[in-house]
Ligand binder design. Structure first.
Ligand code: KIV
Length: 278
């Protein structure tokens, strides 16, 4: 960090955070567990910046922001808008933009979509769902200077074609397939892989099979790091709680209580007080 930047960060009363790099992320495999959280806006990204190693702008925002049943209708423009906001709120974070459904169906289309993300945001990387069958797309991106985080196991963008969200790695054959997926994505140049919704035994085999970090979600504690969706772990998404989610805050309940108090204060005339007047 330059001296000027350092002074500016102190005068802004912000804690300086050294930005993660791809080499540090890869090195972490044998040194420390990586903490990843999703964020969709500047306000929350700023709150998450200090204690996360990477921030993922997940297409799961389609549930929170659009109230949709799945992630499939998220668009590239929406992902770019939210990624810009996250990068603005957490400028010292390694931010990853989740590529939405249909934007990487072939090599050319994928590169065009990712170039738009790089050109319009400060994202450090993109995330692509898919195993062996999509390795050629990952290869095309990484050979064209796009940093890629893979995503294998339970892949939410496959929900309609698979007929639901299904936990993977239940049979030796499926574990073998998942190991092949991880190896293919690693060989294609991805710097790390999200592994979602798999049996712990499978997660262990996959984590040991590759040299890049495996970031688990619903994959037990054998992976090189964890990722959670912010609204799940902070208790804002209340419709249901997947087994793998730990709620660190009852956000929904706290908000309801605060808004109830506000209403009571407005109705009773306690808000605003003399101190809150001009
Ligand atoms: O969209 C998302 O938030 C994700 C995480 C579940 C990894 O892909």
């Amino acid at each position: 960090m330059f001296l000027g930047e350092f002074i500016l960060s102190i005068t802004n009363n912000e804690t300086y955070k050294e930005k993660m790099t791809i080499s540090k992320i890869k090195k972490a495999k044998h040194e420390k567990k990586l903490t990843v959280i999703t964020a969709y806006d500047a306000l929350f990204a700023k709150l998450f910046e200090q204690d996360s190693d990477m921030i993922l702008v997940g297409d799961s925002l389609n549930h929170s922001f659009a109230g949709a049943q799945d992630t499939l209708s998220a668009t590239l423009d929406q992902m770019i808008y939210h990624t810009k906001a996250v990068c603005a709120g957490a400028p010292n974070s390694f931010v990853i933009c989740d590529m939405p459904f249909g934007t990487y169906t072939n090599e050319e289309k994928a590169l065009e979509s990712c170039v738009q993300v790089y050109a319009q945001t400060q994202a450090a990387a993109v995330k692509i769902e898919g195993g062996e069958e999509r390795a050629h797309i990952v290869k095309h991106l990484t050979s064209n200077c796009i940093a890629v985080m893979g995503h294998i196991g339970l892949m939410p963008q496959y929900v309609r074609s698979e007929g639901g969200y299904k936990v993977r790695g239940k049979t030796p054959e499926d574990i073998e397939q998942l190991v092949r997926d991880a190896k293919a994505i690693e060989a294609a140049g991805a710097f790390c892989i999200v592994l979602e919704g798999v049996k712990t035994e499978a997660a262990k085999a996959i984590t040991q099979a590759v040299k890049i970090p495996i970031i688990g979600i619903g994959a037990g504690n054998v992976t090189d790091g964890q990722v959670l969706v912010w609204s799940d772990m902070l208790g804002f998404f209340e419709a249901f709680k997947p087994k793998f989610v730990r709620r660190y805050l009852n956000g929904g309940e706290l908000i309801r209580q605060a808004v109830k108090q506000y209403k009571e204060d407005v109705e009773s005339g306690l808000f605003p007080s003399k101190e809150e007047e001009y």
